[in-house]
Design a protein around this ligand. Sequence first.
Ligand SMILES: O=C(O)CCC(=O)C(=O)O
Length: 219
Amino acid sequence: MSTQLGFLQPNDWTLADEETGKIVYRPGVYSHEEAETLFQLFVREIPWSQDTVRMYDRMVAVPRLRKSYLDVAELPEALQAIRARVEAIEGTTFNRVSLNYYRDQNDGVAWHSDHEEEMIDRPTIVLVSLGAPRPMDIRERANHRARWHITLEPGSLLTMSGYAQRHYEHAILKLREPTSPRISIALRQYAPDGAAHQPCAQCAGARARTSKPAESEKA
Ligand SMILES: O=C(O)CCC(=O)C(=O)O
């Protein structure tokens, strides 16, 4: 493991570290060999679902395959190991793990922020990347011109914490040029027993302004 627990490494990139939230990119947490082995394992062994979503009057396929583990006790061994490693790096725990499988350039996830009202106060969300490098775009909800474009390399972590979901949106946009498959593993901190923390008025306002799609509607 090349990342020391809780410390930033020379190649780590802090995109934001403000009251509005913190976003840190850590490349090389897993070596290329480790990342490739995990990628191949998950392609083969995760029971991927092709979900559909209603778009106006018809159902359309969500442009990626997905799998969610609502109970971390049910995680396969390799995902348990990833959870343990990320918990050691971040110095916190995660109780929900979900995976996205982007088969090619036609798969993606539209602009959104995660549902912070279903999570603990100021949750930490970590995205582990495997497979092909793939760009992620991040922008301020209040000013879409304030935007970053970052390539998520296999073996990297992207960590969003504090009020990041309230103030920023992210997307894996579909690409024009061909790209190989990628898997992301999202580790999240949901409120225990669905007992969400106090909903925030700002979140509702921000959602209305940006018409954020619900989890099942992200396309
Ligand atoms: O694939 C990624 O890195 C992003 C996934 C994501 O935004 C999500 O699952 O909400």
